[in-house]
Design a protein around this ligand. Structure first.
Ligand code: FEO
Length: 390
């Protein structure tokens, strides 16, 4: 397999994972890539690596340019196994290389990922000279792990951003001006929502630092890199990291056993629409929660419904709420509603509301509980009551 030239003496040597559809629970319908970069300078430098299962692919791409044994430096911006999984195999091929990781969080854990080797910890402001070029290290803790950092090359005006600004998108193209813009932006949003949504405060800190850098290219760790639409993606990260809600967007999420909760969901959706709020309708039997979180990222209203099953909520709804609670920043202005039907007992609706409250959402309407099938009068009451509250 061949390397892709990015610029003179800078190559993409990563891997394309066309088939991955589950990335620790996030449904990656368009696959992904694990991006790594090779810089040919006085010190030959590899920036990041791939999943272990792509060790042969990255080594093959490196070998299309140089003998891997000639690598002097390896920069490991982030230890998660999608970037570091192949490092131990690569390190065996270049025994004289020094591996640079963040200090303290990268340095204290790297041996668990890469075994015995020569490591050097780097902190904010540290840099190394690799010949005609300099590499400056910028910690970005929690984007996406405590060890995460980005690497900036001022001579090239390139930011190697690792997880930041990435997308799970498998393509042979490497840059934002080579792919469909709408698909790219959708996948960038889905990636932020499902990987980084919780870390908005840390993202804002990182953005402040990045905004001081003169950048011609952002070479990402996943998917497409940025050279034409850099301002667009930085502006979107500023908005997403602030968890800004669109007052004209809502999501209605539910599961249903015998259609009663589904009819309630349709009625709630129509009430939102009647107030000019675009409501997206998500049946959890046919929609993955990672797609729903993409809409949650900028929706002001979140309605969640479950019938009562075995004294609790349906399992799909419980899984969605667990995921939501993990990703949503605790301080937020989102407005929520719990609803559902029941045959007897009816515990699920209060349980859904409790989860929404624990996620930090604000309840804008009393929970809606309907015994058995809703009558037309009950549906009309739901419709009217929600409109009054919006
Ligand atoms: Fe792409 Fe946090 O790893």
């Amino acid at each position: 397999m061949k390397a892709t030239k990015i610029r003179d003496d800078i190559y993409w040597v990563g891997a394309i994972d066309w088939s991955v559809r589950n990335f620790h629970g996030y449904e990656t319908g368009r696959g992904s890539t694990y991006n790594a970069y090779l810089i040919l300078d006085e010190k030959i430098t590899l920036i990041d690596a791939t999943k272990k299962t792509f060790s042969d692919e990255i080594l093959s791409r490196i070998s299309s340019i140089i003998d891997p044994a000639k690598i002097d430096y390896i920069v490991c911006n982030h230890l998660e196994a999608d970037h570091s999984g192949s490092l131990d195999i690569i390190a065996q091929k270049c025994p004289n290389a020094t591996i640079f990781v963040s200090q303290p969080n990268g340095l204290k854990n790297i041996a668990k990922f890469c075994g015995e080797h020569t490591y050097q910890g780097v902190k904010a402001g540290d840099s190394i000279n690799i010949g005609k070029r300099t590499l400056k290290f910028v910690p970005v803790p929690m984007l996406h792990w405590p060890d995460s950092m980005v690497t900036y090359c001022p001579e090239e005006k390139i930011l190697f951003s690792n997880d930041g600004f990435g997308q799970h998108l498998a393509t042979n193209e490497r840059f934002d001006d080579e792919v469909d813009y709408a698909v790219l932006m959708h996948e960038a949003k889905k990636y932020y929502a499902n990987i980084l949504m919780l870390y908005g405060r840390q993202a804002q800190t990182a953005l402040k630092t990045v905004s001081t850098l003169d950048i011609d290219m952002i070479l990402t760790g996943h998917g497409i890199s940025w050279r034409k639409h850099i301002k667009d993606i930085l502006d979107l990260y500023a908005k997403w990291s602030n968890f800004e809600a669109d007052e004209h967007k809502a999501v209605v999420v539910f599961d249903s056993m015998w259609n009663s909760t589904e009819i309630m969901a349709k009625t709630i959706t129509e009430a939102f629409q009647a107030k000019g709020i675009c409501a997206k309708f998500f049946d959890l039997k046919t929609n993955h929660y990672s797609d729903i979180m993409t809409e949650v990222l900028d929706s002001k209203y979140i309605a969640v419904g479950s019938p009562t099953l075995n004294n609790g909520m349906m399992q799909n709804v419980a899984a969605f709420l667990c995921y939501l609670k993990g990703l949503v920043p605790k301080k937020n202005d989102r407005q929520a509603l719990a609803f559902g039907s029941y045959g007897w007992g009816g515990q699920s609706i209060a349980l859904v509301q409790k989860e929404l409250e624990e996620a930090g959402l604000n309840i804008f309407h009393d929970m809606i509980r309907i015994a058995n099938q809703p009558t037309q009068e009950e549906l009309d009451n739901i419709y009217t009551s929600i409109i009054e509250k919006l």
